[in-house]
Design a protein around this ligand. Structure first.
Ligand code: KG4
Ligand code: ZN
Length: 342
C-alpha cells in the first residue's frame, strides 16, 4: 500500500511517499527555522503562511522523487493533531482537497504516534508491544504501545517538555533557536560535575516529569553570574544541564521498564537525537538486557515519512476520515477517534 503523507504541525512543511508503513520512497522537508530564528521561537502566523506557500511544491517534489503520480497512490495520510492550529489546518485542508479530487481515502495521523512510527522505518522488524519515551519540543510522554493504534500514557511532563527546556536553557546561554542541538554539541566539551542542578520529581507520580525548575535554575545561575560580572563556562553549564535532563529521563524510564516488564524500549521525537541520551540509554539497555530502538538521526525531527508509516497502521485499523475532518491543537496520543465518533 502506497501512501502520500503530509506534515505541517509546527515549522516544517513535509511530504513523503511511503510503502506498507516501512519503505520510504521519498521524503521532502521544507524547514522554516531560518525565518523563526529571528524571533527566538516559532511565530504561529508566519508558520501557517509559509506552510501555505510551500505545501504544493513540497508535495510535487515528494511525488516526483518517488517516481509516481497521484493515480499510483492508495491513500493520503495527514497530521491532524496536536500542534499549532493554523499550521495543522494547512496540511489537513490540502490533504482533504487531494482526497476529494482523487477519491483516495483520507487518513488522520496523530503527531506523536507518527514520531513513534519513525522507528518502524529505522527498524523494519520492530513490532509492538513496547514502552516508548517520546521527547520532543512540545511533549515528554512515557507511553505503553500495546498495538500500532492502541496506546496508553504512563507518565508525562507537568510543565515544560524536555525539548522546550533544552531550547530555553540554550537561549539563556545565547544560542540560536532551536538551541537543543547546539547545547548538545557544546556539552560534549564541558564538565557535567561543575554545576549541581536540581532533579525535580513529582510527588506520588513516579513516571511524571518536571523540567521547569531545572530550566529556571540554569537561568538564575546565568543572571547571578552576569550581575556579579563572573565568567561562566557555557560548555560546563551545558554539560551539567544536559546531564540533569537525561538523568531525569533515564530514572523514569528504568522504573517504568522494570514495573511494566517490557523488554523493548523505543525512543522518539526531536530530543531522541541527543547524543548523551543515546549513549546513556544504550548502556542501561545493555545492562538490563533490554533492546533499544532509536530513530536514525534524519527521522528524529519532524518529517512526513513517519506520518506515512503510522498512516499505514491507522488505515489497517479502519481509521479513515471524511470531509468533516478537522485539525485539533491538543489531543491525547491515546485518543480513539473512531470510537469517539468524531
Ligand atoms: O519532534 P520535534 O522535531 O518537534 C516537535 O514535535 O516538537 O522536536 C524538536 C525539539 C526541539 O526542542 C529541539 O531543540 C530538540 O527537539 N532537539 C534536541 C536535539 N536535537 C533536537 N534536543 C537536545 N539535543 C539534541 N541533539
Ligand atoms: Zn514533532
Amino acid at each position: 500500500m502506497r501512501l502520500l503523507a503530509i506534515e505541517s504541525s509546527c515549522d516544517e512543511t513535509a511530504a513523503a511517499v511511503v510503502e506498507d508503513g516501512r519503505i520510504v520512497l521519498s521524503s521532502v522537508i521544507a524547514s522554516q527555522i531560518e525565518e523563526h530564528k529571528k524571533y527566538g521561537g516559532v511565530v504561529p502566523e508566519i508558520a501557517s503562511r509559509r506552510h501555505s506557500e510551500a505545501i504544493v511544491q513540497v508535495t510535487r517534489q515528494a511525488l516526483e522523487q518517488a517516481g509516481c503520480v497521484l493515480q499510483d497512490l492508495d491513500g493520503i495520510a495527514v497530521t491532524y493533531a496536536p500542534g499549532l492550529i493554523g499550521a495543522l489546518l494547512v496540511g489537513v485542508n490540502f490533504a482533504k482537497g487531494l482526497a476529494l479530487s482523487t477519491g483516495l481515502p483520507l487518513i488522520p495521523v496523530h503527531h506523536l504516534r507518527a514520531h513513534i512510527a519513525s522507528n518502524y522505518i529505522t527498524t523494519p522488524d520492530l513490532k509492538p508491544p513496547f514502552l516508548c519515551l517520546v521527547v520532543s519540543g512540545g511533549h515528554t510522554h512515557l507511553i505503553q504501545v500495546e498495538d500500532y493504534t492502541k496506546l496508553s500514557i504512563l507518565g508525562h511532563t507537568r510543565d515544560d517538555a524536555a525539548g522546550e527546556a533544552f531550547d530555553k536553557a540554550a537561549r539563556a546561554m545565547g544560542m540560536p533557536y532551536p538551541g537543543g542541538v547546539h547545547l548538545d554539541k557544546i556539552a560534549e566539551k564541558g564538565d557535567p560535575s561543575q554545576f549541581v542542578l536540581p532533579h525535580p520529581k513529582v510527588d506520588g507520580c513516579p513516571y511524571d516529569f518536571s523540567f521547569s525548575g531545572l530550566k529556571t535554575a540554569v537561568i538564575n545561575l546565568i543572571h547571578n553570574a552576569s550581575q556579579k560580572g563572573d565568567a561562566l563556562s557555557v560548555a560546563d553549564l551545558s554539560a551539567s544541564f544536559r546531564q540533569a535532563v537525561i538523568d531525569c529521563l533515564t530514572e523514569r524510564v528504568i522504573r517504568a521498564m522494570e514495573d511494566t516488564g517490557h523488554k523493548k524500549l523505543v525512543v522518539a521525537g526531536g530530543v531522541s537525537a541527543n547524543s548523551l541520551l543515546r549513549r546513556r540509554f544504550a548502556q542501561e539497555c545493555e545492562q538490563h538486557g533490554w533492546s533499544l530502538y532509536v530513530p536514525e538521526l534524519n527521522l528524529c525531527g519532524d518529517n512526513a515519512a513517519m506520518v506515512g508509516a503510522q498512516g499505514y497502521y491507522e488505515y489497517q485499523a479502519g481509521h479513515t476520515a471524511g470531509m468533516d475532518l478537522n485539525a485539533c491543537a491538543a489531543m491525547s496520543v491515546s485518543f480513539d477517534r473512531a470510537a469517539s465518533g468524531n
